[in-house]
Design a protein around this ligand. Sequence first.
Ligand code: DQA
Length: 159
Amino acid sequence: MAKIKAISKKRDKVLILNGPNLNLLGTREPEVYDDLTLKDIEGDLKEMAEGMEYDIEFFQSNSEGALIDRLQVARHNCVGVVFNPGAYTHTSVALRDAIASIDIPVVEVHISNVHAREEEFRHKSLLAPVCAGQILGFGAASYTLGLIAIAGVAEFEDE
Ligand code: DQA
């Protein structure tokens, strides 16, 4: 019997990257970050990505070097990155340089509205100037809006 080879169209891939302490979502300061876990958020993103015909990949690390390594890999196999850098947003020149070094769009997302928070150090992002844009303050929806933003930027770049 002749073998039928499935022809599967390769889909574009988006990386959802999360920095330090975001693995603790669900129990971490729920009054600021709500009580959804990272797994809950990833589940919603997966469903949404399916509808948008994107493959999706998740990675979380508490370490700056691991996040940089993952961004460097993404430049070869992803069309964009939705990135919540956590506290590294406000401190990391190394992550800023990594984002500036890759030529795929990175959308910076935050669950909380960092500009409305009391601590002044949260009002500045070292990464925003080298990101395609920023989405913040919409709770878990910041991530899904980030995915829509990636789709928008990728389409814009295709034209
Ligand atoms: C955060 C905001 C950061 O200031 C903080 O350090 C985090 C979470 C957010 O998603 O609101 O870890 O990135």
